[in-house]
Design a protein around this ligand. Structure first.
Ligand code: SF4
Ligand code: SF4
Length: 509
């Protein structure tokens, strides 16, 4: 393949075979998978990524153990429609808050991608973190660097190979089991997970099967699927082509500085030029002239005819998705920065400025422009701020116990004969927390109102919808219209935990 001068400008491009545009780097002509053996990355960017990964892994494995107000800090129980986000419980009644939160998430990702490219993939995505910082590192530890891994794969089965492959896959399975348990603890909560683990398997067949399925899934993803998840399955990766523009930051090769690529030539001597000094009575050749005052030679000179890229291919060798970033931004690039570290090391060795591959935009490289706040980025930001405002309002105005008061269908008002008119209601108490709330009802602005509960006293049971029926009796002298609006307060202890509205019918004309 010939070199491209500018990966995004077709007119300037000198390309004989744009094969990277026709098929992904991990699939050959016949459609078969090409297994990637990325060289072990090292360097300052990798170190930063490593520390961030440790922090995120601690959060991921630690969250299920954290509790607040007696309930998990995070819970995504899709089976029982029970969700807790940073200690705040949500139920299906809060679906609208979820929908807005999802929209915010999507716009945030879009905005983030428009400005910072696919940085989420390389630095925050659990798939990349587990793959590159856990599974791949175990592989390097047991099987060695890329070349040793390839050699081992091609070698016949010997006791050494069996030992290496066996121990690697055993560790992979154990870590997959750990991830599966963690994943399940986010769904059912750590307490239920302990029960599931301590009871005999026969009592929790469904939980046991779920664990096996998740373990197989994670093992398959990290030992077989690997980069295919990012390059062919993940929908976020597929969205890149519509989200990125020429001002988006991404891991980019500086084609202006790097091209034409090639091996650096050593300092060369230019041919000696014939002496033109024409000294008087000179009979010698310029090379044998002993005169110090005469300069016969053109000085030694280094000829720099090529760009800074020495075509060492190291940036390709370290890439976990097997691409050549010098071909320009590609869907497969997860912005892991491994190629930046590799290239910087080369640049330092050959005494060039690091940053030939760096985080920059296309316009930043081609024209030196650093504009990332484009009209599109501003538009996304405005929508994002509006949605965050709306979400904050809905969040602030939601209550953890909700109450519904509906007049019992088919029932009219009742004249009690003691100066009171009564209406019968069905109430619903929706408790999103994990604690019971015994409650009372009052109407603050109408004196003399009586509540007469039918059956047991009202109680908002933990994480349930509790129902009951109650009469509201209002003194006749307080009634001033046929259909009155009532504002009912739900009180637990001394605290008003919810306020709800309903209507009251009376014989007043
Ligand atoms: S690592 Fe740098 S110098 Fe080597 S091929 Fe890649 S871009 Fe060129
Ligand atoms: S091109 Fe560079 S940043 Fe992109 S995936 Fe490959 S190594 Fe990582």
């Amino acid at each position: 393949m010939k070199v491209m001068a500018d990966p995004m400008d077709k007119k300037e491009a000198i390309v004989e075979e744009d094969l990277f545009r026709d098929r992904i780097a991990t699939v050959d002509k016949s459609g078969k998978r090409i297994w990637i053996y990325p060289k072990k990355p090292k360097g300052p960017w990798y170190n930063k990524r490593k520390w961030l990964s440790y922090f995120l892994l601690i959060l991921l494995f630690g969250f299920p153990f954290l509790q607040w107000k007696g309930q998990p800090l995070m819970l995504f129980n899709v089976l029982d429609s029970e969700f807790i986000l940073f200690g705040f419980p949500f139920t299906t009644q809060d679906f609208h808050i979820f929908v807005i939160a999802m929209l915010i998430g999507m716009i945030f990702i879009a905005l983030f991608t428009v400005i910072y490219g696919r940085v989420f993939c390389g630095w925050i995505c659990p798939q990349t973190i587990f793959m590159e910082m856990v599974f791949r590192r175990i592989e390097y530890w047991i099987e060695g660097d890329a070349r040793a891994q390839k050699k081992l794969d091609q070698a016949p089965w010997t006791p050494d190979k069996v030992l290496k492959k066996g121990s690697k896959h055993l560790l992979f399975i154990l870590i997959s089991i750990l991830i599966a348990h963690t994943f399940l603890s986010y769904i059912i909560g750590i307490d239920k997970l302990w029960v599931l683990l301590s009871d005999p398997v026969s009592q929790h067949w469904s939980g046991f099967v779920a664990m096996i399925v998740f373990t197989i899934l994670f093992y398959g993803v990290f030992s077989i699927m690997r980069e295919q998840v990012c390059t062919t399955i993940c929908p976020y990766g597929r969205m890149q082509s519509v989200l990125l523009d020429k001002n988006s930051l991404a891991v980019s090769y500086d084609f202006v500085r790097g091209e034409p690529r090639g091996k650096k030539k050593r300092a060369q001597k230019l041919p000696k030029a014939p002496c033109t000094n024409a000294c008087e009575n000179c009979k010698t050749t310029s090379s044998s002239c002993s005169s110090d005052s005469v300069d016969h030679f053109i000085p030694l000179e280094t000829i720099q005819t090529i760009g800074d890229c020495v075509d060492c291919n190291l940036c390709v060798q370290v890439c976990p998705t097997g691409i050549d970033i010098r071909n320009g931004t590609q869907l497969e690039c997860v912005n892991c920065t491994a190629c930046m570290d590799a290239c910087d090391e080369v640049m330092i060795k050959i005494d060039r400025e690091p940053g030939l591959i760096r985080i920059d935009s296309y316009n930043g490289i081609k024209e030196g422009k650093k504009t990332i706040w484009t009209k599109r980025a501003w538009a996304y930001s405005v929508v994002l701020v509006l949605l965050i405002g709306l979400e904050s309002f809905m969040f602030a105005s939601r209550s953890e116990v909700e109450c519904l008061f509906l007049r019992t269908p088919g029932m009219s008002y009742q004249d009690r004969g003691d100066g009171y008119i009564g209406n019968l209601y069905n109430y619903q108490l929706i408790n999103k927390t994990r604690q019971d709330y015994p409650v009372q009802f009052t109407i603050e602005d109408i004196p003399g109102v009586r509540f007469e509960t039918i059956g047991a006293d009202p109680i908002a049971q933990d994480n349930k919808v509790s129902e009951g029926a109650v009469f509201i009796h209002i003194p006749k002298e307080q009634l001033n219209e046929r259909k009155m609006n009532l504002k009912i307060q739900v009180i637990s202890g001394d605290e008003v935990i919810e306020t709800t509205k309903t209507t009251f019918f009376s014989p007043i004309k």
